[in-house]
Design a protein around this ligand. Structure first.
Ligand code: GLA
Length: 387
């Protein structure tokens, strides 16, 4: 069974064992991005979906201004005085927790002391946004003990700031937004410029299966920041001709092609991926709404090819797993999901065939360590909430 109930029960039980009292419990989901990759920090569109893998925080207020957290995953307890928090911090699990308290306080919100026990079932470093789920579930808990109103878009921005400025990963808004504001049964067509959002219902015939390559994204932070820098370099060049351009969002494919001679070939390829990827979330949303799974799968395959050839964030294992998926019965299309360099891919599969698809994939793909690949049929799930 994969529902918020599983990590929530583990966190709650451990809290009772440690503190002898009944806690409140907040949960936030991981996400799978269906298409629109590396577009969020270019003010573009994305199409993520909250999934039925979660981080849960069992918590209770403290009166002494201390933030204390126990991770069930690493079996470690860490504590800090809230007044001592300042950015930048580190990038261990507790830094993600402290970062959120720092960002709330820095935004002028009251932040009260808290005891937390944290449990989760999102594979860490797999591209399913376990870190955003951790940040957002902690934010949900801190808002509760501090009587701050829960405002999902605002809290998503705040958690993104926590990760950018405290942890030092220059991520976009997508993951935190999905963890905060997803809707059961839907993906979110999100405009990352103004945060307008359209829920897109997932037809019952369509299942999204995440497939873990088993390769963890160790270098993702620095390579990710380099991709961002390439996009900024492209914008700087384009602005020399048209100062109205603020981001790659403002550039058409023709406008970019005209500027090709001005750019380093690598910068041009990166920008070309982003400009062409911008329209795919809308295309996939329309195909899903029309129940046209062939077109939906084609859009996913095109996105994957562009991420491999132009943005260069795929890997040998991601190539293998997506190719196997496309050649397995019931699959309409497959692509890497998230930042890339390892982690997970996602396949669009006919719901009636999803279980047999998973069985076949697990037999056919083995991770570099030799174990069979982890696959999960996603249930589109709600964003952060108290349970
Ligand atoms: C990571 C980041 C997101 C987004 C994706 C790529 O998941 O956290 O903001 O940029 O990579 O689409």
């Amino acid at each position: 069974m994969n529902s918020p109930a599983v990590p929530a029960m583990r966190a709650r039980q451990r809290f009772i064992d440690l503190h002898g009292s009944e806690p409140l419990v907040a949960v936030a989901p991981g996400r799978v991005n269906l298409v629109g990759e590396h577009t969020d920090y270019n003010d573009g569109y994305v199409l993520p979906m909250g999934i039925d893998l979660h981080v849960a925080v069992a918590f209770a207020p403290r009166r002494d201004g201390q933030l204390r957290a126990r991770s069930v995953t690493v079996e470690e307890t860490r504590q800090v005085d809230l007044v001592e928090l300042s950015a930048p911090g580190g990038s261990e699990w507790f830094d993600y927790v402290a970062a959120v308290a720092w960002a709330l306080a820095d935004a002028g919100e009251p932040v009260g002391g808290i005891d937390m026990v944290i449990a989760g079932n999102i594979p860490i470093g797999s591209g399913l946004s376990s870190s955003a789920a951790l940040e957002v579930s902690v934010a949900r808990a801190l808002c509760e003990v501090s009587s701050v109103q829960w405002d999902p878009p605002k809290m998503a921005r705040l958690c993104q700031r926590a990760e950018n400025q405290y942890v030092g990963v220059n991520c976009g808004i997508m993951d935190q937004y999905a963890a905060a504001a997803s809707r059961a049964g839907c993906a979110l067509l999100l405009d990352c410029r103004d945060l307008t959002v359209t829920p897109v219902e997932i037809p019952s015939r369509a299942s999204f299966v995440v497939m873990d390559t088993g390769v963890r994204r160790t270098l993702a932070g620095s390579a990710y920041n380099r991709r961002r820098a390439s996009c900024e370099a492209a914008v700087a060049r384009l602005r020399e001709r048209d100062p109205a351009i603020r981001a790659l969002r403002d550039v058409t494919p023709d406008g970019l092609a005209a500027a090709e001679p001005l750019m380093h070939p690598e910068t041009y390829s990166r920008a070309k991926h982003v400009v062409e990827e911008m329209v795919r979330p809308q295309q996939l949303a329309e195909a899903l709404q029309a129940g046209d799974l062939e077109t939906a799968g084609r859009v996913m395959n095109e996105s994957h090819a562009s991420l491999r050839d132009l943005y260069e964030v795929s890997s040998a294992e991601l190539e293998e797993i997506t190719e196997l998926a496309r050649n397995t019965a019931g699959c309409y299309g497959a692509r890497m999901t998230g930042a890339g360099f390892g982690g997970c891919a996602v396949a669009l599969v006919e719901t009636d065939m999803a279980s047999s698809f998973v069985g076949r994939m697990q037999r056919r793909y083995s991770a570099p360590g030799g174990e069979s690949g982890y696959c999960h049929i996603c249930v589109p799930s709600d964003g952060a909430k108290l349970v």
